[in-house]
Design a protein around this ligand. Structure first.
Ligand SMILES: [Zn+2]
Length: 231
């Protein structure tokens, strides 16, 4: 049987393990308590009681972020870096998209959010493949770092926008294509700077500063608005 605790906001599942301390997590709008085997229900309830205010705030803020995620099946435009494309949705047996100038025509058998977002994901991935690969190649070429870059890949991840391995493989989250171009450029500068500095210490940030002087504002933007870049 799954163990759970009740609080004013509902029930919280409890996961027991060999850990030494209790931890309260909120993920995807749902709380979870991780606890060591030796603590009983009274201990856990006391722990939770002290954190009720924090938990309520955390759940509210996640719910608000969730409500800010776009539903493009209900929108007339979609962003592509600094462009605002006009969305035209059409019923079609086969899912597809094509772009005519500033219009993005999107076909799907059902025009609801899951279907529309599925086709849009393909559109953004294709744009990312072109844009992020080119921007990265241009950057390493200008800097004379071609020998350091081994591969560029796209991956959708929940928490990270980019990653650069010690072997010179850069990975981007293609959802960044929904952000303004200066944010995309910041991400490219950030990951390519890792080709030289595989850490986040000051020499790394000095390199980012040189490559992309507005990095601080753009990093902050990503921190504050990143959750809206979603399909
Ligand atoms: Zn980094």
């Amino acid at each position: 049987m799954t163990e759970s605790l009740t609080w004013s906001g509902g029930t919280i599942p409890v996961t027991r393990s060999k850990r030494k301390t209790v931890a309260l997590h909120v993920r995807d709008g749902a709380p979870e308590l991780r606890a060591p085997w030796h603590l009983n229900e009274t201990d856990l309830k006391r722990f939770l009681k002290d954190r009720e205010t924090w938990l309520t705030k955390a759940l509210d803020s996640q719910a608000e972020k969730q409500s800010q995620k776009p539903d493009f099946s209900q929108q007339e435009h979609c962003p592509l870096m600094d462009e605002h494309l006009t969305l035209t949705l059409q019923l079609s047996a086969r899912s597809h998209w094509h772009r005519v100038q500033n219009r993005l025509i999107l076909g799907a058998p059902v025009l609801d959010k899951p279907h529309v977002h599925h086709v849009l994901a393909d559109f953004y991935k294709t744009q990312a493949q072109y844009t992020l690969f080119n921007k990265t190649r241009d950057r390493v070429k200008t800097e004379g770092w071609e020998h350091r870059l081994t591969d560029v890949r796209l991956r959708r991840t929940k928490t990270k926008w980019g990653h650069c391995t010690a072997t010179g493989r850069i990975q981007y989250n293609w959802l960044i294509m929904l952000a303004p171009e200066r944010i995309v450029d910041y991400l490219v500068a950030h990951e390519t700077a890792h080709l030289l500095h595989p850490h986040h210490r000051s020499p790394f940030w000095a390199e980012v500063e040189r490559l992309h002087p507005s990095w601080q504002a753009d990093r902050l933007w990503l921190h504050e608005h990143g959750h809206r870049l979603w399909l």
